[in-house]
Design a protein around this ligand. Structure first.
Ligand SMILES: *Cc1c(COP(=O)(O)O)cnc(C)c1O
Length: 225
């Protein structure tokens, strides 16, 4: 078994069954992605739509259909048309206006509905995207997405700090979980708060303790970049 497969399986088995494991594949090769899919990965997370994800998607061929493609990087407006045919879910909607831009392009991409998560800037960090971690900001965007015909809101995503002591990330994860619980009240129609995507290699254990049901792991599976 390859090291990638071994590490993937070890992490998968360490997680509760109801926690989804996304293999974060930015800067990883097509062969590395194949290895993790063959090891049983169900979710692949990519950061850069074009050219990275479009090229990988093409080169992977049929095997790409075995997994769910998650957009976990910042979605540039210019990339929306290219992102829609590839990704099964967009985790990084950070404003009502971005949501509208996506919504307008869904049908052209041959789809009728795109699942999305709202990105929360839980640490109020200047260099990160996402809504302010407040109920009023959340209410505004949840109601905004609720007006759109082609987006289905499925939950929240947050990054939190990249490195350092994983315990330092705990308050960011807990504030995001509180919003996740509160957000259900603002949902109109179908969709709702089902997916809570938080935690990376150094912090996924803390994230799960704080209620994450989806974690995104790159280095821990593929090794250092
Ligand atoms: C890179 C990345 C990850 C994975 O980070 P690692 O530290 O390599 O596990 C998770 N989420 C997002 C949004 C990322 O960009």
């Amino acid at each position: 078994m390859s090291e990638i497969a071994e590490r993937f399986i070890e992490i998968r088995e360490s997680l509760p069954d109801d926690v989804r494991l996304v293999a974060a594949t930015k800067s990883r090769s097509v062969d590395e992605i194949k290895e993790v899919i063959e090891a049983g990965a169900d979710y692949i997370g990519e950061n850069y739509t074009h050219p990275e994800a479009t090229k990988k998607f093409e080169k992977l061929g049929e095997i790409r259909k075995e997994v769910n493609w998650e957009m976990i990087g910042h979605l540039q407006k210019n990339d929306i048309n290219k992102a829609l045919p590839i990704f099964d879910r967009i985790q990084t909607v950070e404003s009502v206006s971005k949501a509208k831009h996506v919504d307008k392009r869904v049908e052209k991409a041959g789809k009728s509905m795109v699942p999305v998560l709202i990105e929360v800037n839980s640490g109020r960090e200047e260099n990160k995207y996402g809504i302010e971690p407040t109920e009023s900001a959340l209410e505004r965007i949840v109601r905004g997405i609720g007006q759109l015909d082609h987006l289905r809101l499925e939950g929240l995503m947050t990054m939190g700090p990249y490195r350092g002591d994983p315990e330092d990330a705990r308050p960011y994860f807990s504030v995001t979980r509180e919003l996740f619980e509160a957000g259900q009240d603002y949902v109109e129609g179908d969709g709702g708060m089902e997916v809570l995507s938080m935690g990376m290699t150094n912090s996924y254990r803390v994230a799960v303790e704080e209620g994450a049901n989806m974690v995104r792991v790159g280095t821990g599976i593929f090794g250092p970049r």
